[in-house]
Design a protein around this ligand. Structure first.
Ligand code: ADP
Ligand code: ZN
Ligand code: ZN
Length: 710
């Protein structure tokens, strides 16, 4: 054994990514010859590997003592040329780890670009040298003259500390408000940075183009960067470095960007703040909007949440303060009901399917409306949230169904390549020629997917002639199946924008955000499913999705006026009087949200209560539930802190109980006190670890705090 001449003398706490729930704990001790400030990125030995780590603030008690006779291992090296991650960033990571019940190291390392882990010192130095220098300012794209509603919102955001809920219809000019506030923040301080979060990768290029047009002339091309999982490793690293070094003044990204290192953070915008995709569903299950609010508060940055259909959490927080309800009245709500540039919001037409001939995806009145629009050369958008041709194949002779062999779900029939595909585990097989069970040749698809709608519309509109040119009507489809290849979505959207498509069939992928100029009719052909979901958020989600979809119609007021055809949103339903549709018809989010909130208050559900899920995956359902039951009993026996205020529901199987041969169960925890729930979970973790060892069939367990799907 080699003994160094001068042994390293500084003991450091280092955050490294140990496996989730590892017994190693949060931070590991290493020795270093030189003192290193917290936030320094280092490489350290871990087992037989060398991994990336972050020097962490020494715990108040000096950390866990090393066992007698064990010398700390020495760090392997420092990532030269990188400023340490600052204290606000470390506080954010620390908070997220504690709140979502994960280790600091796991959250810290997941928040860094993956390439940082892989690059050698020389490669990194080269990357740092290549980071672009800011170019000289030129003239900015002219700002629009704000409408009175916009001007009011801008002034309020200027004046108050926030957080702000910008409640504006689609096309009300929310983005212009964001851009104005960003401009003010950046102009006020040469080091200021703004973070703009959007829910989906698909929506970043459009917004980026707008942000770039406004700010690149002022601050240079390098001042605007994106951060999302669709980027390559080197692209992500470049953006991350630019943000970390302060060269990037505006960072645009999906939920992961909430963890970007932004030393000058002055403003955070969370666009479409209600969108479920802000919740991470793997690893640390954080909610980017909630972390953005925490980060803004902690770092003194203004936070603007924007939506046409705010989450009930944000809606409640921005409702007038009521005595005895500390959660109301915390945000400032700014309303922008009018649409700018676009015309009126589309009229909502409800088709009562009970009054229509059976068996057709398109009711006669809807088909007539689509035909008429197409003949005039206008575009229609038909939505169905289910891809494939049919959700299941069925044999009427013996009752066989195309069940997935590995999941408690059907395999979906995809006609174009004659396959049966499981949308949960991916298992794919050829469509059988005859019933595998009885040999019957007549097996039939049940139900409809987008592929079938596309085919049916194609034949229904076969003889329809478009516009004065007199060409045949064209139907196209955009969903996850048509857009697998890189660049496919952009290409297909370009066809729509170029007017080469008359009717676009798609899933919710095309319902959000896209700026279609010539669509005047949007139809949801089968939206009822969500009305009867067991998830209490389903009505809220459905309303938000349908209103978003409606927002794709009539976006160009000039076009609508020239055509003389007011935009319409069609809903085919078996429940025409359902409150969701009644409110949608009036475009009335406020009364719908207030009614939903009253129901939730009565039932003691979020946002009037706090929830967490504990999930268990095992080889059998008994093993999964057995673990949860035992963990629950252990908690009772230990009398955990906060326990008297936390209600534990019995374990239940997940809606899709088995996926890829793994049985899944979950247990819901609910409390009127967020603090009590947090204390309980923290104290429960060690018991869950201990319990795990006693359950052989258990694959894994996890905690989901503030779950977004129950
Ligand atoms: P939102 O983000 O609420 O959907 P946008 O900011 O995208 O709305 O605005 C919708 C359209 O109206 C855009 O084409 C935008 O350029 C235009 N617009 C927004 N504000 C104004 C304004 N004050 N004057 C003229 N056009 C505006
Ligand atoms: Zn059969
Ligand atoms: Zn499957």
């Amino acid at each position: 054994m080699n003994t160094p001449a001068e042994p390293p003398s500084h003991l450091l706490s280092i955050a490294v990514s140990t496996p989730a729930h590892s017994a190693l704990g949060d931070l590991l001790s290493y020795a270093s010859a030189a003192p290193l400030p917290p936030g320094t990125l280092v490489r350290v030995p871990l087992g037989s590997r060398e991994v990336l780590g972050v020097v962490w603030d020494a715990p108040p008690d000096g950390g866990a003592p090393l066992p007698e006779g064990v010398a700390p291992r020495a760090i392997a090296g420092v990532l030269e040329g990188l400023a340490p991650l600052d204290a606000p960033w470390r506080r954010l990571v620390q908070f997220a780890a504690r709140y979502y019940q994960r280790s600091v190291g796991e959250v810290a390392l997941a928040a860094l670009p993956p390439q940082l882990r892989e690059l050698g010192p020389e490669q990194l130095a080269r990357r740092l040298r290549r980071a672009p220098a800011p170019s000289s300012p030129a003239t900015a794209a002219p700002e629009v003259v704000p409408s009175p509603e916009q001007a009011h919102a801008m002034a309020a955001i200027e004046a108050g500390p926030g957080p702000f809920l910008l409640f504006g219809s689609t096309g009300s000019g929310k983005t212009e408000v964001y851009l104005h506030c960003i401009a003010r923040a950046l102009a006020a301080d040469p080091a200021a940075q703004a973070l703009v979060l959007v829910p989906e990768i698909n929506l970043t290029p459009q917004l980026e183009a707008r942000v770039r047009a406004r700010f690149a002339p002022l601050y240079g091309e390098a001042a605007v960067v994106s951060l999302h999982s669709g980027m390559t490793g080197p692209q992500r690293l470049r953006s991350w470095l630019a943000a970390h070094a302060g060269q990037a003044r505006i960072v645009l990204g999906t939920r992961m960007a909430v963890f970007a290192s932004l030393p000058g953070l002055a403003l955070i915008v969370v666009d479409e703040e209600h969108d479920p995709s802000y919740k991470q569903q793997e690893g640390a299950r954080y909610h980017a909007r909630d972390l953005a609010l925490w980060r803004g508060h902690d770092q003194g940055a203004r936070v603007i949440l924007g939506s046409a259909t705010p989450s009930l959490e944000s809606w409640h927080a921005s409702s007038p303060a009521t005595p005895g309800d500390a959660r109301s009245g915390r945000y400032q709500r700014l309303s922008m009901p009018s649409r700018i540039g676009a015309g009126e919001l589309p009229q909502v037409r409800i088709v009562d399917m009970g009054q229509q001939p059976r068996g057709s995806a398109f009711s006669p009145p809807l088909l007539a409306a689509i035909t008429e629009r197409v003949q005039r050369g206008e575009q229609c958008l038909v939505l169905l949230n289910r891809r494939g041709f049919a959700p299941v194949l069925h044999c009427h002779a013996c009752g066989w169904k195309s069940d997935c062999p590995h999941c408690s779900a059907h395999q979906v029939f995809h006609k174009s390549d004659r396959t049966l595909r499981c949308h949960h585990c991916g298992a794919t097989s050829r469509v059988p020629r005859a019933c595998p069970s009885c040999g019957n040749l007549d097996i039939t698809p049940i139900g409809r997917g987008t592929e079938q709608l596309e085919e049916q519309l194609g034949s229904l509109l076969r003889n329809v002639v478009v516009g004065p040119q007199g060409r045949a009507a064209r139907v196209a489809r955009i969903d996850a199946d048509t857009t697998r290849a890189k660049g496919a979505l952009e290409e297909q959207l370009a066809h729509v924008h170029a007017g080469e498509v008359d009717v676009l069939v798609g899933t919710q992928m095309v319902a959000k955000g896209h700026d279609f100029r010539r669509i005047t009719l949007v139809a949801a052909v089968q939206p009822d499913g969500a009305l009867f979901s067991s998830d209490f958020r389903a009505p809220e989600r459905l309303f938000a999705l349908l209103l978003q979809a409606a927002g794709r119609a009539g976006r160009d007021a000039h076009y609508v006026a020239a055509q003389g055809s007011p935009p319409e949103m069609w809903i085919q339903t078996w429940h025409p009087d359902h409150p969701v549709y009644a409110a949608l018809r009036r475009h009335d989010w406020p009364s719908f949200a207030d009614q939903q909130l009253a129901e939730r208050a009565g039932a003691g559900m979020p946002p009037f209560a706090w929830q967490a899920l504990v999930r268990a995956d095992a080889s059998t359902q008994e093993a999964a539930q057995g673990f949860l039951t035992a963990a629950c009993e252990a908690a009772r026996a230990a009398g955990l802190p906060g326990g008297e205020q936390v209600h534990l529901y019995p374990p239940v199987p997940l809606a899709v109980q088995r996926v890829a041969n793994v049985e899944r169960a979950q247990m819901l925890l609910e409390s009127g006190s967020r603090t009590a729930l947090q204390r309980f979970l923290a104290a429960w973790q060690p018991l869950l670890h201990a319990e795990r060892a006693r359950h052989r069939g258990l694959r894994r367990w996890l905690i989901d705090v503030d779950p977004q799907a129950i």
